[in-house]
Design a protein around this ligand. Structure first.
Ligand code: KE4
Length: 430
């Protein structure tokens, strides 16, 4: 196996650190938990990504979810470059914003009205503010290990980069904010029931990743999501599905279609922007109409519904708006999962793979992994050795045990088989 060199990335990392905090614009990119320095990328196409040293990788980060159609898809590139010829931002509304709103509503029918913003964080922050304004209540319930972006209310027992870096409770969050965030255990309805009973008529919303991606992939146990809905019935609590990661990923209508559950509000991001900055929140009209300019809950944004981002998002949604896409993604996911399980077995390494469609995580624990405490039993040292072994063999995984791998429509059989072959050797190095 020819060892890759990373000199150009290292030089860029050293230079980046002179101007950018930690040399990265998001901690998840820092490679902190897998050792070594972060990569710097020069380009990507299809399922491949190239770094500054010219190393080519089969990419399973997929920009943390958006790149379901593959990198630099010609139809997305054409949509963005074509739109840019007519200007990049107006601060005045455009027809394209209506087109993407109608498209989203056709794919996610629980969304009667929506508002576009510029990130998943803006979507979740705004959805919680809206739920608080609609109910007149202050508290929210989130789940330990879930990540809903870096809004103050969410950085309590948070997942993703916060969990990876060991700071699930961020500094800088006031006691007042933190006291309004109650934390339950994912897949544990009793923990939710106890919080509701102890905080009668004080809880505005429950925000949940219907399939968690931010402690690694953790699907809902049978009856969990339905149980949440039953628990809050007639309570006045707003159910928010944070589908920033699962939206358009797990089915054309996201997790709510897959599990046939209708939330009151949904947050979206990632895929809906096709790789450009887009967030969306939407749901029941009577709740959404509390938003300015119709109602008293304020939210705004200079670049919300930006023409280029909308063009990339609409082109991406048009590429995936058919059931055959999700059959293909399921088949690719199954093939990769089975190949990785066999490779680990042959190497005598205990792993658990949680997978839903084209979203999966290899946990270095004998499992099952159903919540934060079981996810946290994973051997992160073994994961880091596996990560390195795969990287040196041209396969780029998300640089954290507590993240999800993403398969795109451009991960063909050859890419999947190459990844499995790399894993057969990388598991031997764990
Ligand atoms: P952004 O603000 O990063 O667009 O979205 C925040 C967010 C909200 N909800 C869910 C379920 C999410 O997964 C995210 C962001 N996901 C992480 C990766 N697990 C973003 C990667 C990063 O922070 O760099």
């Amino acid at each position: 196996m020819s060892l890759f060199t990373y000199d150009a990335s290292r030089a860029l990392y050293d230079r980046a650190g002179m101007s950018i905090v930690g040399g990265v614009n998001s901690p998840a990119r820092a490679f902190k938990s897998v050792g070594g320095d972060p990569l710097f990328v020069t380009r990507a196409e299809g399922c491949h990504i190239w770094d500054a040293d010219g190393n080519r990788y089969i990419d399973y980060i997929g920009s943390w979810g958006p790149m379901i159609a593959g990198h630099a898809h010609p139809e997305v590139i054409a949509a963005v470059t074509g739109t840019a010829q007519s200007g990049t931002s107006f601060g005045v509304s455009t027809e394209a914003e209506i087109q993407i709103a109608e498209k989203i509503r056709s794919m996610v029918p629980s969304i009667e009205l929506l508002r576009m913003v510029n990130s998943g964080t803006e979507a979740t922050m705004s959805a919680v503010r809206l739920a608080r304004g609609y109910t007149g209540r202050s508290k929210i319930i989130k789940f330990a290990g879930s990540y809903h972006g870096h809004g103050d209310s969410f950085l309590i027992k948070a997942g993703s980069g916060a969990l990876t870096l060991g700071v699930p409770d961020s500094a800088g969050i006031t006691h007042g904010i933190a006291s309004d965030t109650l934390v339950a255990e994912y897949n544990n309805l009793e923990s939710v029931q106890k919080l509701i009973q102890a905080n009668k008529n004080e809880i505005a919303a429950i925000i949940v990743e219907p399939v968690v991606g931010n402690m690694g992939t953790v699907p809902p146990l049978s009856g969990f999501l339905q149980g949440l809905k039953k628990l809050i019935a007639k309570s006045g609590i707003v159910l928010i599905f944070d589908e920033v990661m699962t939206g358009f990923r797990l089915a054309r209508g996201g997790a709510q279609e897959l599990y046939d559950i209708t939330p009151d509000l949904t947050t979206l991001g990632k895929i809906v922007g096709g790789g450009l900055p887009v967030g969306v929140y939407g749901g029941k009209a009577d709740i959404m109409k509390c938003l300015a300019p119709l109602g008293p809950v304020y939210q705004a944004g200079t670049l919300s519904g930006n023409p280029l981002a909308v063009a990339a998002g609409l082109a991406t949604l048009n590429l995936i708006d058919n059931a055959e896409v999700y059959t293909r993604l399921e088949n690719s996911g199954k093939m990769l999962e089975q190949g990785l399980l066999q490779a680990a077995k042959n190497a005598g390494i205990s792993i658990t793979i949680n997978r839903v469609g084209s979203m999966l995580t290899v946990f270095f624990t004998s499992g099952p992994v159903t919540d934060l405490s079981s996810a946290s039993r994973s051997d992160t040292i073994k994961f880091s050795r596996f990560f390195r072994g795969m990287l040196n063999r041209g396969v780029l995984l998300p640089p954290s045990q507590f993240e999800a791998m993403f398969i795109s429509l451009m991960h063909d059989e050859d890419a999947i088989k190459t990844s499995i072959k790399a894993a057969e050797e990388a598991f031997m190095e764990c």
